[in-house]
Design a protein around this ligand. Structure first.
Ligand code: NAD
Length: 249
């Protein structure tokens, strides 16, 4: 098992890619803490994995610090951080407003910063740790109907590169995954929010993959588990596409 004895924190672990990641890291031997605003889902999964659920709103730095303190009290210092919590509100940019910008940047980009900030100091002191950020191919190719989200995820990719440089001297690694269309409630929110147009946007993403299909959360979780563990001991500052070879849409 690749993560025997490690403590892992997965944000947004109650659903989709985060839940698959929590299950995979637990199967690799980690004790997993799930930080999510969806408390019921987090509790249910933590029960299944003999892990810990805690309420954490990544967009609120106080909530993040309190949750990380609770995790460290209950399980011990965090060895592996997976910044997975994310959200989108599908709309063309001209139809967005500041409230949407704050929400989408707040969860996806500022949230990644807040949780990393709460955990990285300890990792650096212990001279050990691995951070995996869940970005998106939207941050590399740009996604119609998800302009603010694309900007936030591009920010996550830049953040990953810079943290990897700063933290390397403390033997802490930082990488990202860039999923393509993955079958989760988030992906399927586009058809729900935009109807027929959302369905076309989703199909456009699937058609842009070389493999010609959407992915499953477990396929992203496998890449995250690789980056999190010692099999990736010489890998840092990378963004790994887990997108069926998606190039543009
Ligand atoms: N599904 C895709 O196609 C896809 C593609 C690329 C990237 N991603 C990224 O993968 C990650 C996981 O998304 P998913 O598709 O599994 O979505 P999902 O909606 O199934 O899960 C997201 C989880 O994040 C939690 N969350 C939302 N806001 C939060 C907050 N403020 N604080 C804490 N938790 C919060 C939700 O409660 C939920 O449990 C996100 O970062 C998303 O941007 C998804």
């Amino acid at each position: 098992m690749r993560l025997e004895g490690k403590i892992a924190l997965v944000t947004g672990g109650a659903s989709g890619i985060g839940a698959a990641t929590a299950r995979r890291l637990a199967a690799e031997g980690a004790r997993v803490a799930i930080g999510d605003v969806a408390e019921d889902g987090a509790r249910e999964l933590a029960g299944e994995l003999d892990g810990l659920a805690c309420r954490m709103d990544v967009a609120d730095a106080i909530s993040v610090r309190e949750a990380v303190a609770e995790i460290e009290r209950s399980l011990g210092p965090v060895d592996v951080l997976v910044n997975n919590a994310g959200t989108d509100r599908f709309a063309f940019f001209v139809n967005t407003d500041e409230e949407l910008w704050d929400l989408v940047l707040g969860v996806n980009l500022r949230g990644t910063m807040a949780v990393t900030h709460a955990v990285l100091g300890g990792m650096q002191q212990r001279r050990s740790g691995s951070i995996v950020n869940v970005a998106s191919e939207a941050g590399r190719v740009g996604s119609q109907g998800s302009v603010v989200y694309s900007a936030a995820k591009a920010g996550v990719i830049g953040f990953t590169k810079a943290i990897a440089r700063e933290a390397a001297r403390y033997r802490v690694r930082c990488n990202a995954v860039a999923p393509g269309p993955i079958e989760t409630p988030l992906l399927n929110a586009a058809p729900l929010m935009l109807g027929e147009l959302g369905e076309r946007l989703k199909q456009g993403m699937v058609n842009a993959t070389a493999l010609g299909r959407s992915g499953e959360p477990e396929e992203v979780a496998a890449a995250i588990a690789f980056l999190a563990g010692e099999d990736a001991s010489y890998v840092t500052r990378q963004t790994l596409g887990v997108s069926g070879g998606l190039s543009m849409w």
